[in-house]
Design a protein around this ligand. Structure first.
Ligand SMILES: NC(=O)c1ccc[n+]([C@@H]2O[C@H](COP(=O)([O-])OP(=O)(O)OC[C@H]3O[C@@H](n4cnc5c(N)ncnc54)[C@H](OP(=O)(O)O)[C@@H]3O)[C@@H](O)[C@H]2O)c1
Length: 779
């Protein structure tokens, strides 16, 4: 402790002498600040401000000159910085509205010594906080805080001067909170920062909504225009949850959702603010000593200065040889040339390709002040952000901001404002694992887009049967080869005239793996992409079921039973939850064998349970379950939805199992079968098949009449069938499927090539946008 501090600790009176002291001290600090700026790059710097030494020798009492209070213009920055500085010194509570000072005891003899010590300690620390405030405001403003007895009074005085007080302030805080909307911000991260700030502001003004739920419900409402499905899901969960989600839960959830969608690239890639803070490594300016940091994941210092030509387009001779000239790059790309995919970039400073660059901030947790920095564009530090672009003390609303990038070789940070489009001549390879990964992180919005693409294609397929126009959809009969080794390959060609595809699936002769590829060609025959067919097929089949299921809005869809334990069963569960999240409450997987079902359960249940904590998921294996039939019957009689996903050769349950075990009353259900595809296969009995009031929905009348064992056994005729595409014929689209009284909705699907084509094509698009797969040039 310095002698000045010791003096202040015991005899603090804000006199002009003290101002002089502060002024002297400021000169010292400024000198010190200059010294700090002249430090060699390897010398370590304090996290914020000039280190003038303190009782511990490690804390700092001064802010950098650029952050000291000079007036209204830099008040928000000062406020943020001074709060941090006081926090760092352990003095934050002395300006907090929540802290109550201890009882004032002026003379040790008049009170017990414990109280006196407490008061003395408080007073000393409060004096230190006052000193810090005095150090860090311009001399011309000192009059605003002179004569104030405590640091809190000083801060209140400044608050009143620059932010106002009373009802008007409260009114503005309330309006700000209740009208906050995602659309007013450039990214999700910015919105979240602003939302949290609005809450903090209200709390500081002692405005408390009647129910804490306001915070979460308004958060959902503010995002509902942009993330409609997500908002619906959250509202529905809130209605039923025993413990409502907290604001932090919602922030984590929406950040996750946005990360996997293209809706909000910059915000999605930024971490949710105000989370755990990683220690900020010390890095020096790009020119420092030519030393490179050890890690790519280094955060810039607050006062990081980019090279002088930061905003300048590189001259032609700086452009990389063999790369596209910059004027062919998307607008807003600065110095770094982005190649075809978001994940790859070229740094013109070091002339290297950066294969695995990540947008700055991705998967990282930043301090709030650093988020301000990361959100800036032209501004290279929080201090430089223009006043009119500041939202408030904690974030900057800088329009056009996208993602900061860091090149570890040239030690530079740059902003890439737009993603470059996929070059038209690139072919995309999407192996099975990438298809699987992509499908597993689909958002409900993307899933809805895929569903729309599928229903449009089904509508076109059924629609053209009733017109005399030349067809645009061609699905020639599939052919197959069985080799001497017993490997059977199926070839399924299809064209919708604008794209052609062929799926090739091989079942190995030794009863082993199933392998498949979907090839997608341009109309001229150029190969646009190849993708693994196994998971994509399961997905598109379940999506076909969903095209009808989502429209059966008059049916209860709470209790779902799924027969099977393979990919198809899994995707029926995933899509039902993704597309009808607010209704599904229980899912029971029922399977013949135990082993595969338990394997599925171990893998799938934790994922689904985490994502849908209010949905109860369980399994029922036939193998090894006592009184399986009794339990099967009770599951089925309670069910609202039955998805059959097995190649069973006999009905999975008798029709009477659907009757209520209580009163025998009829309950309308959704029943689908996608598993059986040969005349000897049958997943449900004929009574159940015909329980739809003379109506069986199918994907293709011709294919189902030829391949479906259930239809063949029940001698079903074409007039009894309704193609789901008929529901989606343009101009006649039905939003809701009507269910005749006393009837079920029964759907049979054997699959069509057109489904592979539209879903395969759309998945390639999504993969390109999201950086999945491998691109091959000039194929
Ligand atoms: N409609 C379409 O467009 C379409 C497209 C692709 C596939 N599929 C068909 O959908 C079905 C499921 O596909 P997947 O990929 O999920 O298959 P998978 O992984 O092989 O799973 C098949 C499931 O069916 C069960 N199963 C097999 N034979 C059975 C029988 N005789 N009785 C009762 N259960 C039986 C299996 O149970 P265990 O564990 O006891 O063996 C397993 O749970 C297959 O039949 C497949 O051909 C349809």
């Amino acid at each position: 402790m310095t002698s000045e501090e010791r003096h202040l600790r015991h005899h603090w009176e804000p006199t002009l002498d003290a101002v002089q002291l502060v002024s002297n001290r400021r000169e010292f600090a400024d000198r010190n600040s200059r010294d700090v700026q002249n430090q060699t790059p390897n010398e370590s710097r304090p996290p914020m401000g000039d280190n003038v030494g303190s009782s511990t020798g490690t804390t700092s009492l001064h802010l950098p000159a650029s952050m000291k209070l000079t007036g209204e213009d830099n008040w928000p920055l000062f406020k943020e910085a001074i709060e941090n500085l006081l926090d760092v010194n352990g003095l934050g509570k002395f300006i907090s509205v929540r802290t109550k000072p201890p009882k004032q005891v002026d003379d040790e003899d008049e009170s017990d010594s414990a109280e006196y010590t407490k008061w003395k300690e408080w007073k000393a620390n409060d004096s230190k906080a006052k000193l810090i405030l005095l150090y860090n405001i311009d001399k011309s403003l000192v009059g605003l805080i002179l004569g104030k007895k405590t640091a809190k009074e000083m801060m209140d005085s400044l608050n009143q001067r620059y932010e106002g007080s009373g009802w008007v302030t409260k009114y503005h805080a309330l309006v700000e909170f209740y009208t906050i909307k995602y659309d007013d911000f450039d990214s999700l991260a910015e919105f979240i920062v602003a939302y949290k700030n609005a809450i903090e502001k209200m709390e500081a003004l002692k405005i408390h909504p009647q129910q804490p739920l306001h915070y979460t419900m308004l958060f959902i409402a503010a995002l509902s225009d942009k993330f409609g499905m997500w908002a619906e899901r959250q509202r529905s969960l809130a209605r039923t949850a025993t413990r409502p989600a907290s604001l932090d839960d919602l922030i984590a959830n929406i950040s996750d959702e946005a990360r996997h969608s293209k809706d909000d690239p910059s915000g999605a890639l930024s971490p949710p603010p105000s989370v755990d803070v990683e220690p900020r490594p010390n890095i020096e300016s790009p020119t420092a000593n030519n030393e490179r940091p050890n890690s790519e994941h280094i955060e810039p210092p607050l006062d990081f200065e980019p090279p002088l030509d930061f905003d300048r387009e590189p001259p032609l001779d700086e452009q990389p040889r063999g790369e596209q000239p910059l004027d062919e790059q998307p607008p807003g790309l600065e110095r770094h040339v982005q190649e075809k995919r978001a994940k790859r970039a070229y740094c013109v400073s070091c002339q290297e390709n950066k294969e695995d660059w990540k947008p700055y901030g991705y998967e990282k947790r930043l301090q709030r002040s650093q988020i301000s920095w990361a959100l800036g564009t032209g501004a290279t530090s929080a201090a430089q952000a223009p006043t009119n672009k500041r939202k408030d003390t904690r974030g900057y609303r800088v329009r056009g901001s996208r993602t900061q990038w860091y090149c570890p070789t040239s030690l530079s940070y740059y902003t890439i404002k737009e993603s470059s489009p996929i070059a038209a001549c690139v072919m995309l390879l999407l192996p099975e694992k990438d298809v699987s990964q992509l499908l597993h992180c689909l958002t409900s919005t993307q899933c809805q887009e895929l569903l729309n693409a599928l229903t449009s294609a089904l509508g076109a397929f059924s629609g053209e049967k009733t017109t005399s126009c030349q067809p645009v959809i061609h699905q020639p009969i599939r052919s197959h080869i069985v080799t001497k080794a017993g490997n059977a390959s199926l070839f399924m060609p299809v064209s919708d005239t604008s794209t052609t595809a062929i799926k090739v699936v091989t079942i190995s002769g030794n009863g082993g793996d199933l392998n498949g590829i979907i090839n997608i060609f341009s109309p001229e025959g150029r190969l646009m992409g190849l993708l693994g067919a196994v998971e994509a097929t399961a997905f598109r089949t379940a999506l076909a079921t969903m095209s009808l299921f989502t429209r059966c809005t008059s049916l209860r869809r709470t209790r779902v039973v799924i027969f099977g334990s393979g990919n198809q069963a899994e995707w029926h569960a995933r899509l039902a939850l993704l597309l009808v999240p607010e209704e599904v409450k229980t899912i029971t997987f029922i399977n013949r064998g135990r082993q595969r079902l338990e394997k599925l359960s171990r893998r799938l249940l934790p994922q689904l349970q985490q994502r849908y904590p209010n949905v109860y998921i369980n399994i029922l294996p036939k193998e090894g379950t006592e009184d399986f039939d009794g339990r099967l019957r009770s599951e089925l009689s309670a069910s609202d939805v039955i998805f059959c996903c097995t190649p069973s050769t006999e009905p999975l349950f008798p029709h009477f199992y659907l009757q209520s075990t209580d009163n025998g009353a009829f309950k309308p259900r959704f029943i689908s079968m996608i598993g059986s595809y040969k005349p000897h296969m049958q997943e449900i009995d004929s009574i159940t098949l015909l329980s739809g009031g003379g109506r069986i929905y199918v994907d293709s009348k011709e294919a189902c009449l030829e391949e479906s064992g259930e239809l063949i056994k029940a001698n079903v005729r074409a007039e009894q069938l309704v193609e789901i595409g008929e529901l989606f014929v343009p101009q006649q689209k039905l939003e809701e499927v009507t269910v005749p009284r006393g009837c079920n909705v029964v759907f049979k699907c054997v699959g069509m090539g057109i489904m592979d084509l539209v879903i395969g094509r759309k998945l390639l698009d999504i993969a390109s946008e999201s950086g999945f797969g491998n691109q091959i040039d000039g194929f």
